[in-house]
Design a protein around this ligand. Structure first.
Ligand code: WTA
Length: 569
């Protein structure tokens, strides 16, 4: 296929030249921007919010929150005071440095006050996606031994409080008529606006994101305060954030993009940040761009494809001339989408590649570099990326292999929570092995090829087949279940389940729907299989593990490989 080339434009003329930036790069230089350079101590919430007030930007808008036609705006000073209040609520509850504090809320200003407040007290924050249902919530709180959760009246019923012995504090925003717990809003009214920030070491914990692999339950990926160095500089170099920008990252803080680039990168760069609540529709998204005069917009291929699929003239109804920079993450960005972006916005869509585990951008379409449509671009200055074989040997250009990164970048995960073997399994020598396959061309551009494992990326959200399979077999009709990602033109992949029923159950459409709803209500809507296919039995290894590789081959009508040697890999 012919590769389209999109040249860098004047738009980013003030950006550093990529080769020069790479040449002169030093993380130590960037560290000088942060307080520990002087005091030896740091706190993300200080660097993201309070520092700007101290430096005279207290009246600048930090946050526009838009829900339907309603916009609430908060200055950096108001963010400082509100997060101080939230920190005081946590302090009164006895929360201490290092405790795990979960935030389980739909996007709202309170979510951001609570999250920043938890950081101010030195807690490790665990954000939970609002779509999670009881089992997903329980597994994460249990594994992390969380002491505290801040949630809302709507989500409270999904927290199995009686099954979580470590959970001491439940703080609930919204109406308190139906529960006996601390009311967040009432406490906020009473709490002091002053708070003494807990000063931390740069290696102290920051955030714990649960994410999925192909085996086992979701794992807790722990990041340290030091991640801010990379989040800050990628905000500057990749998001190209400037003094007057209005920046909108569409990701939910339950996912890593919604924290690293929905909270930390923009606010470390003192940018006005936009949060849009409510559901996706082409009209509501375009109107958010227009109304708030968004200049820098970070979203995902599924969202772009959904906008592409909306009727032709919707976009023409809006004045989107404020936009100057668009970026994408989470799934392969098809060349057709880049082409559409040029037609509709007259802007390049800049792909960025990274993972929960990497904490920040790793391979990007650097603004001052030409884009090859369909390529993820080149490594961020300061990052060494390559392609290795299964033994960790580097491969020459144009050979497909494991996308690998030289360990030791600032935002790299520090731990898999309570699971050292899992953490160690990511590395071959000094190379962090991403789990993605890719190749690098002779010009140094990286091209994504697929996941090496069975992880499913659906609408930009990462789901593990094991978690879904475990839920499926809890259903009384299900004997065994195997889950795969099935290619989908809009969502990248959809979740598909193959199920063998227990004897006595009829394979009806009603039963399919019942099973789907069972997963949706028990785990999460985005994890519920969009498609279910009943089979008499499922292909298994000798030790009884379901072979997803064979299910995928069935689905794609590919040869399933040599089934006689079904081993245990
Ligand atoms: C995939 C999201 C192709 C990839 C920040 C990776 C991508 C996984 C891209 C991590 C991209 C992310 N092109 N695939 N630009 N960005 N991915 O942890 O498979 O939710 O391993 O982090 O998403 O997903 P995660």
């Amino acid at each position: 296929m012919k590769v389209e080339l999109y040249e860098a434009t004047d738009q980013h003329a003030n950006m550093p030249n990529y080769e020069a930036a790479k040449e002169n790069f030093s993380w130590e230089e960037i560290e000088k921007e942060f307080s520990w350079y002087e005091t030896g101590k740091v706190n993300m919430a200080y660097e993201a919010i309070d520092k700007h007030v101290d430096e005279g930007y207290g009246d600048k808008i930090a946050l526009h929150y838009k829900l339907n036609d309603d916009i609430q705006s908060f200055t950096f000073k108001e963010m400082k005071e509100n997060s101080n209040k939230a920190a005081n609520i946590l302090k009164d509850a006895g929360v201490k440095k290092g405790d795990r504090v979960f935030i389980f809320m739909a996007r709202s200003p309170e979510l951001y006050f609570a999250l920043l407040g938890a950081l101010k007290i030195g807690a490790v924050v665990g954000p939970l996606f609002e779509a999670f249902m009881e089992k997903a919530v329980k597994d994460r709180l249990e594994n992390s031994e969380a002491s505290t959760i801040i949630t809302t009246t709507e989500l409270l019923p999904r927290i199995p409080v009686d099954d979580l012995p470590d959970l001491k504090n439940i703080i609930v925003a919204g109406d308190d008529a139906e529960h006996q717990y601390t009311n967040f809003n009432k406490e906020m009214e009473k709490a002091s606006k002053e708070f003494d920030i807990e000063w931390l070491d740069k290696e102290d914990g920051l955030i714990l994101h649960y994410t999925s692999g192909s085996t086992g339950q979701p794992k807790g990926v722990l990041h340290a305060q030091y991640a801010m160095v990379q989040q800050y500089i990628s905000g500057k170099y990749v998001l190209d954030l400037k003094e007057d920008d209005v920046y909108w990252c569409t990701a939910d803080p339950g996912w890593v993009t919604g924290t690293s680039y929905g909270i930390f990168a923009p606010w470390l760069n003192r940018t006005t940040n936009v949060i849009v609540g409510g559901r996706f529709s082409a009209e509501s998204w375009y109107s958010a761009l227009e109304q708030l005069k968004v200049t820098v917009w970070y979203s995902a291929p599924t969202a772009f494809r959904m906008l592409m699929g909306s009727s032709d003239n919707v976009v023409e109804k809006y004045d989107l001339s404020s936009l100057r920079h668009i970026l994408s993450v989470g799934e392969p960005l098809n060349p057709e989408v880049v082409k559409w972006g040029m037609e509709v916005f007259n802007l390049r869509i800049h792909d960025t590649w990274w993972m929960t585990e990497t904490g920040a951008h790793m391979i990007v379409n650097f603004p001052s570099v030409d884009i090859k449509g369909g390529s993820m671009g080149k490594p961020l200055p300061g990052i060494k990326a390559t392609i290795v074989d299964d033994q960790g040997n580097e491969l020459p250009p144009n050979r497909m292999g494991n996308l690998a990164l030289k360990a030791g970048w600032p935002a790299m995960m520090r731990e898999i929570w309570k699971n050292k073997p899992k953490y160690d399994s990511y590395f071959i020598g000094d190379w962090y092995i991403s789990g993605d396959s890719a190749y690098r061309d002779e010009d140094g551009y990286f091209w994504f090829q697929g996941r090496v494992d069975d992880v499913i990326m659906t609408a930009g959200e990462r789901v593990g087949p094991f978690e879904i399979e475990s839920k499926l077999v809890e259903h009384e009709a299900v004997q065994e279940a195997g889950v795969i990602g099935k290619p989908d033109p809009v969502r990248g992949e959809i979740v598909k389940a193959f199920i063998a029923l227990r004897s006595g159950y009829e394979p009806t459409d009603d039963l399919k729907e019942e099973i789907r709803v069972f997963v949706k209500n028990g785990l999460a809507a985005h994890a519920a299989p969009k498609e279910i296919e009943f089979k008499d039995s499922l292909p298994k290894t000798r030790s009884g593990k379901i072979m997803r590789r064979v299910l995928k081959a069935w689905e794609l009508d590919l040869p399933a490989g040599d089934l006689s040697s079904m081993d245990d890999d």
